[in-house]
Write a protein that binds this ligand. Structure first.
Ligand code: FNR
Length: 352
């Protein structure tokens, strides 16, 4: 049973700010250009209102669901983010163990500071997926897919929204990985991992990936019905509606505003998941109501790691779980299947 904590995700962020160096904190928090998308990811959640129902037995709340043929106790996982050892030396292993302890899926970034194999060995009981970009050199993709399959990862996540880096304006623009850490997956492959990502990939590259792995493939970074249909037709098992936490193209709709259009376009055919801007159980509730099957968090994982390593990440997930259960009970939803579209309304359309 999950323990109780008294820290909100905002509290974890404030505490992390005290622990991390200014440059690391800025790197984690940053958004691209004028941060319109980064800000609206969070604001847009506040514009969505919850319509509670009463006279419902909510003495037993079930958040359980099924994702890619696996039963899970709740619909929240850890999305792929680079370099967890920046926040705590236990890095991705701590995050993966925390995910396992809280019944969450852990998605390992290809730009991790612990390797595919190390995370698999140290966190064997956690459901793990592996994220990669499409690289200029297909042999890197092939190598990573083989390694992920062999190490027991259950899905490949392909991030599609980063053909180039989103431009940012930072106080510490030269931020780099400290010399005691490395991008472990690339050791023995290249000394310049950041230069491996392709800026010229097409849907043919995605089809090649689909034909080269036995694992289900998920496209991450889809914001439109057109984008969703392309990856569905190519053969992807799912999509993650995401704008990379507002770190890539600035000026897109918030991720939660994009979710309904993707659900309408492909929700009957493939699994629609969500990230970007989730900071509480109410946000999880809203994303589920708008049709997401599963959601991921990014930055809050770093804040938990910085505060208390694995325990801190467990705390972040625990807070979200308790808040989700609380919101479900207060709104009259005993199970996740009750969290339907009519439980939320955008304030603009709220007529009372
Ligand atoms: C990311 N994100 C990301 N995505 C990805 O596909 N591969 C990666 O290596 C990274 N790295 C990364 C580093 C850091 C520091 C952050 C904050 C984010 C994006 C991530 O998966 C996710 O889309 C967002 O973080 C979700 O938004 P929130 O939850 O941070 O608002």
């Amino acid at each position: 049973k999950i323990k109780s904590t008294n820290l909100s995700l905002e509290d974890y962020k404030d505490k992390a700010k005290d622990v991390l160096s200014s440059s690391t904190y800025e790197y984690i928090k940053k958004g691209s250009l004028r941060k319109s998308t980064e800000k609206s990811n969070k604001k847009a959640f506040k514009d969505i209102l919850i319509r509670p129902h009463y006279f419902v037995d909510v003495s037993n709340i079930s958040t359980s669901t099924n994702i890619l043929d696996k039963d899970v106790i709740w619909p929240v996982g850890i999305g792929p983010t680079a370099m967890h050892r920046l926040a705590h030396l236990d890095g991705e292993v701590a995050s993966a163990l925390a995910a396992g302890a809280q019944g969450s899926i852990f998605v390992l970034s290809s730009f991790s500071t612990a390797s595919i194999e190390e995370v698999a060995e140290q966190a064997p009981d956690t459901i793990k997926w592996f994220q990669m970009y499409i690289y200029k050199n297909r042999s890197i993709n092939m190598d990573f897919m083989k390694r992920a399959e062999k190490a027991g990862y259950k899905a490949i996540v392909i991030t599609v929204d980063a053909p180039v880096h989103g431009k940012t304006y930072l106080k510490y623009p030269d931020f780099d990985l400290p010399p005691n850490l490395s991008l472990s997956n690339f050791v023995g492959i290249t000394d310049r991992p950041s230069q491996t990502v392709s800026s010229s990939f097409t849907i043919e590259d995605l089809k090649w990936i689909l034909s080269s792995t036995s694992l289900p493939v998920i496209a991450k970074g889809v914001l439109t019905k057109e984008g969703a249909k392309i990856v569905r037709d190519a053969g992807c098992t799912g999509v993650i509606v995401s704008n990379h936490g507002g770190r890539q193209l600035d000026g897109t709709p918030s991720s939660i505003e994009s979710l309904p259009e993707v659900v309408r376009a492909v929700g009957k055919d493939i699994t629609v998941m969500f990230d970007s801007g989730i900071r509480g159980g109410d946000d999880v509730f809203k994303a589920i109501a708008l049709g997401a099957k599963y959601v991921f968090i990014g930055r809050p994982v770093f804040y938990g790691l910085a505060v208390e390593g694995q325990k801190g990440v467990e705390g972040v997930l625990d807070t979200l779980k308790q808040e989700l259960e609380n919101v479900m009970a207060l709104s009259g939803c005993a199970s996740l299947s009750d969290v339907k579209r009519d439980r939320v309304v955008h304030w603009k359309y709220y007529q009372g």
